[in-house]
Write a protein that binds this ligand. Structure first.
Ligand code: PTJ
Length: 245
C-alpha cells in the first residue's frame, strides 16, 4: 500500500498498475521500459498538462467529432493505465475501440478482449474472431487492422504508438492523433495532432472537452482543425521541457 502522503504517490500508483498488468500477462515484454521513458518526459514537464497539450486536445476532439468512423486504438500500456477512461471517451465521441498490439500474440489479444468485456465494453474490435485486413496490402503484422475499425477509419487516436505502425497508418491516408509524452518520437512528428501529455490526464480531459464541443456549430470545429499547425505546436510542446533545479 502506497501512503497518499508520499510525494510521488500518483507516479507510484501508475507503476503499481503496470506491474499488476505485467503479472496478469497482457503487457508486452518491453512495456515497462516504454512506461519508464514516458515517466521521464512527464517528470520534465512537471507532471502537468501544458498549454500546447490542451490546445492539441481541443483540436483532436474536434477532429474526432467531425469524423465518419473514428477509432481509438488500444495496446497493453494504454489498457493498463486507462481502460475505464478510454471506454468513457469512446462513448462520449461515438468512437470504436480496437485492440492493436505492436507485439501481437493470440494470448495477449484474448486477455485484453476479456478485460474490455469485464469493464462493460462489449463491441471491442481487433479480437481473434474479427475480420482482419492488411492496410495498403502490406503483408506484415504491423499492417493488420479490423475491417470495420482501423482499416476503414478516417480518424484514429493512437496513444503510445510505435513509429513504424504510425507510419503505416499515415501512408494509408488516415488522420492520426497521438498521445505521446515524447514530442521527439517519430509518432509525434508524423501525426496530424500530437498531444504531449500523460494518457491518464489526457483521456479524461478529452472526454470533458467532448461534452463542450458537441454543442458547438460544425463550422467552429472545422475552423479549429484547419487553424492548427502540429509542427508549431510540437515546437511549443518541446519548449515546455525545462531542466531546472
Ligand atoms: O502492447 P503493445 O504490444 O502494442 O506494445 C506497447 C508498447 C508501448 C510497448 C509499444 O507500442 C512500444 O514499444 O512503444 P514505444 O516505441 O516505446 O513508444 C511508446 C511511447 O509512449 C514513447 O514515446 C513513450 O514516451 C510514450 N509513453 C509512455 N508512457 C506514456 C507515454 N505517453 C503518454 N502517456 C504515458 N503514460
Amino acid at each position: 500500500m502506497i501512503p497518499k502522503s508520499h510525494p510521488r504517490y500518483e507516479s507510484l500508483l501508475l507503476r503499481d498498475k503496470m506491474v499488476k498488468a505485467a503479472q496478469e500477462g497482457y503487457l508486452a515484454d518491453s512495456a515497462l521500459i516504454a512506461h519508464g521513458r514516458g515517466e521521464a518526459f512527464d517528470y520534465l514537464i512537471g507532471e502537468k498538462t501544458t498549454y500546447p497539450a490542451k490546445r492539441a486536445m481541443y483540436v483532436a476532439v474536434a477532429a474526432l467529432l467531425l469524423s465518419n468512423n473514428p477509432v481509438i486504438s488500444v495496446n497493453g500500456n494504454a489498457t493498463a493505465l486507462a481502460i475505464d477512461e478510454i471506454i468513457e471517451l469512446a462513448n462520449a465521441i461515438d468512437a470504436k475501440i480496437e485492440i492493436n498490439l505492436f507485439y501481437r500474440t493470440d494470448e495477449r489479444v484474448k486477455l485484453i478482449t476479456q478485460l474490455y468485456k469485464n469493464h462493460g465494453y462489449k463491441n471491442i474490435l481487433g479480437t481473434l474472431d474479427d475480420d482482419i485486413e492488411y492496410i495498403n496490402d502490406i503483408p506484415n503484422n504491423r499492417a493488420t487492422a479490423s475491417k470495420s475499425g482501423i482499416y476503414s477509419a478516417d480518424t484514429i487516436l493512437i496513444p503510445l504508438e510505435d513509429g513504424d505502425r504510425a507510419e503505416i497508418l499515415k501512408k494509408g491516408g488516415k488522420n492520426i492523433i497521438t498521445i505521446d509524452l515524447n514530442p521527439l518520437s517519430r509518432t509525434s512528428k508524423m501525426s496530424d495532432v500530437s498531444i504531449m501529455d500523460n494518457i491518464v490526464r489526457a483521456i479524461p480531459f478529452m472526454t470533458k472537452i467532448a461534452e463542450d464541443l458537441k454543442t458547438q456549430d460544425k463550422k467552429v470545429l472545422i475552423d479549429m482543425v484547419n487553424d492548427f499547425d502540429n509542427e508549431e505546436n510540437l515546437k511549443e510542446s518541446l519548449e515546455q521541457i525545462r531542466i531546472k533545479e
